[in-house]
Design a protein around this ligand. Structure first.
Ligand SMILES: [Zn+2]
Length: 247
């Protein structure tokens, strides 16, 4: 069957001497994989029509016997060329792409996820160079998956003071509950908690990237985000480190 899809590459793998296997997130067909035959030949019609972080229109044949489909044609719709020259933004886009790739099963249609991914890549073009952007994007991603961290009060007893962040419980707990349950927790002083709450409520990164952070706040936020993403999505911290250390 011939399928037309709007798609963004999640990973590219050279295959044989001249071909390429591309894993894509498509708008209506979820995550799929295609073989682009001859894509690396100098005169290939695929050349310049797909790239990481860019949206393409893709035509491909599905097969009954294999989940590796065959690409027929491809046209780049939205290249997002800023990532070629803005290295920090590219690192943020790269992390978001790895996050989507790692957390999305194959062939599960998920149009809202595609929209979120496109929106985050578009925001990354303008805001990805700011270190604050990454955590805001993670909070959006978590909310989309129904894993938004609970930041209102202690998850166990509803206490509003003396709070710590507990990645495994999915939010904040008070020091007493943490001690009684032997939860591993991270420092989350009131100023850091206030930043997390404000960023979680922000629908746009413009105000987020203007938040001035001191070194202590940045360290605390990075530790919380890394632990939370690992606990919720089993995400290898290396991906995150590459992106945060770029900033
Ligand atoms: Zn408590």
């Amino acid at each position: 069957m011939l399928v037309r899809a709007t798609a963004i590459p999640l990973a590219l793998h050279p295959y044989a001497s001249t071909s390429c296997i591309v894993h894509w997130l498509t708008r209506h067909h979820g995550k799929i994989s295609t073989l682009l035959k001859g894509a690396q030949r100098p005169k290939s019609a695929f050349l310049g029509e797909y790239q990481l972080f860019g949206t393409s229109e893709l035509l491909y044949f599905t097969h009954r016997s294999s989940t590796l489909y065959t690409g027929k044609e491809c046209a780049l719709l939205q290249p997002r060329t800023a990532f070629r020259t803005d290295w920090r933004a590219m690192q943020a886009a790269s992390y978001l792409t790895a996050l989507v790739n790692k957390t999305t099963p194959e062939d599960a249609p998920h149009p809202e996820l595609f929209e979120l991914f496109e929106e985050l890549l578009d925001f990354a073009v303008d805001y990805g160079r700011f270190p604050q952007f990454l955590l805001w994007a993670e909070l959006r991603f978590c909310r989309h998956h129904g894993h938004a961290p609970q930041l209102a009060n202690c998850l166990l007893c509803a206490a509003k003071t003396d709070l710590r962040f507990c990645a495994s419980q999915g939010g904040i707990v008070c020091r007493t509950c943490a001690r009684e349950n032997k939860f591993p927790t991270l420092d989350c002083p009131p100023d850091v908690l206030a930043i997390l709450r404000a960023w979680q409520a922000a629908g746009h990164p413009a105000s987020v990237v203007q938040t001035q952070l001191n070194g202590r706040q940045r360290t605390a936020l990075d530790a919380i985000a890394a632990a939370f993403m690992h606990a919720q999505f089993n995400l290898n911290p290396e991906h995150r480190n590459a992106a945060t250390q770029a900033a």
